[in-house]
Design a protein around this ligand. Structure first.
Ligand code: SF4
Length: 205
């Protein structure tokens, strides 16, 4: 069995947070091939992911994939050129009495970190896309979203590109200035993609 397949199998069997008493909904979800030049890290799977047994299936994911396609990726690149994962691999459930998802607690994130590290080692990315504030805060110094989105950060030989969360629950993108920052972030991803896989030269007529 290949190393990534084996890792995915091990992750799918994990019930650590359930055993710790968190109201999560297993099984853990994984999606991607390794190695891959891009690694995308979100917060946690959502309800649609849990129902569909795969990450990045819900409306927020459709929006995210639209942004990645604006940056020049094809839908076929998602899960191949870009390994798709999250800080935690299990759907954390809904907030009591609400239709919004519960954010994974620090303990759940700590429980799941070794799985993320193992994925990271096998994926061996050159560019890490941080999707959402929780993911950005995990890997970059704390700063307001306005200071992070639209920029590229170099750290430890890797390029980090922050994206805001695309969830309908977030109002951040209602501000036109923030939408301009998102356009800058998409441009940063496009530049990183072209650097790794330069576009074919335009031939003279
Ligand atoms: S969130 Fe991660 S650590 Fe917690 S049970 Fe799921 S796979 Fe295991």
């Amino acid at each position: 069995m290949q190393a990534l397949e084996l890792l995915h199998d091990q992750i799918r069997q994990c019930r650590r947070c359930e055993e710790d008493g968190f109201p999560i909904a297993p099984p853990p979800l994984v999606w991607g091939q390794a190695p891959a030049p891009f690694l995308l890290i979100g917060q946690a799977p959502g309800l649609s992911d849990w129902r569909g047994d795969r990450m990045y299936l819900g409306p927020a994911a459709r929006k995210l994939i639209g942004w990645l396609c604006e940056a020049g990726f094809t839908e076929g690149d998602i899960g191949t050129t870009i390994y798709m994962t999250a800080l935690t691999k299990c759907f954390p459930g809904r907030l009591p009495g609400k239709s919004t998802d519960r954010a994974p607690s620090p303990k759940e994130r700590a429980n799941c970190r070794h799985w993320l590290d193992a994925q990271w080692r096998l994926v061996s990315p050159r560019v890490v896309i941080l999707f959402g504030k929780m993911s950005i805060d995990t890997f970059l110094p704390r700063m307001p979203l306005e200071e992070a989105v639209g920029r590229m950060f170099e750290k430890g030989g890797l390029t980090y590109i922050p994206l805001p969360h695309s969830s309908g629950a977030s109002t951040w993108l209602n501000d036109p200035a923030h939408r301009r920052l998102l356009a800058d972030a998409i441009q940063r991803i496009r530049e990183a993609r072209e650097k790794i896989a330069p576009p074919p030269p335009i031939l003279g007529e």
